[in-house]
Design a protein around this ligand. Structure first.
Ligand code: RP5
Length: 163
C-alpha cells in the first residue's frame, strides 16, 4: 500500500479550471493526492476500476467533481466505503442541476456535497485534508496554523480599515 492520499476525480477536463482551487489547497497543506479525468457516463468501466484500485492502494477519501447530470460522486460512492465528497460544477443551469444530482443520494450511499464551483472545490480539499488529519497529527497542526493565519489576516485587514 502507498502513502495515504486523496483521490480527485473530474467528469471532464473542462472541470479543471474549477478544481485547481482544490489542488492549490492540497499543495499548500502538503497533502498527497492524485487527480484524474474520469466520467460516470463516458468512462464508467475506467471509473469503477480506478476507484477499486485507489481504495486498495490507500485512498483516504475521494473528491468528485462533475457538472450537468452529475452522477460521478454517486457512482464512486457506490464502489467504496471511504468518504466521498461531491463538488457540483456550474456547466449548465447555474450548477443547480449538478448540485441536486450530487446531493440527492439514496440512504446508505452518502456523498458529502459542498457548494457549487470554486468555493466548493476549496472546501472539498479542506474537508478531505481534515479527514486525513484524524490520523495525522502533523497535518492536523498544519490545518490549525493555516486557520489561525487566515484569522490573523482578517483581523489585520479590519485593523487597517479602522486606522
Ligand atoms: C460533466 O459534464 C462534466 O463533469 C462537465 O462538468 C460537464 C460537461 O463536460 P464537457 O462536455 O465539457 O466535457 O460530465
Amino acid at each position: 500500500m502507498s502513502k495515504p492520499f486523496l483521490a480527485i476525480l473530474m467528469g471532464s477536463d473542462s472541470d479543471l479550471p474549477v478544481m485547481t482551487a482544490a489542488v492549490d489547497v492540497l499543495r499548500s497543506l502538503d497533502v498527497e493526492f492524485e487527480i484524474k479525468v474520469s466520467s460516470a457516463h463516458r468512462t464508467p468501466v475506467q471509473t469503477h476500476d480506478y476507484v477499486k484500485d485507489a481504495d486498495a492502494r490507500g485512498a483516504v477519501a475521494f473528491i468528485c467533481a462533475a457538472g450537468m447530470a452529475a452522477h460521478l460522486a454517486g457512482a464512486v460512492a457506490a464502489n467504496t466505503t471511504k468518504p466521498v465528497i461531491g463538488v457540483p460544477i456550474n456547466s449548465s443551469l447555474d450548477g443547480l442541476d449538478a448540485l441536486l444530482s450530487t446531493v440527492q443520494m439514496p440512504g446508505g450511499i452518502p456523498v458529502a456535497t459542498v457548494a457549487i464551483g470554486k468555493a466548493g472545490a476549496k472546501n472539498a480539499a479542506y474537508l478531505g485534508a481534515q479527514i486525513m488529519a484524524v490520523g495525522d497529527a502533523d497535518l492536523a497542526e498544519r490545518l490549525k496554523q493555516e486557520r489561525q493565519a487566515n484569522t490573523d489576516s482578517i483581523v489585520a485587514k479590519d485593523a487597517a480599515l479602522q486606522d
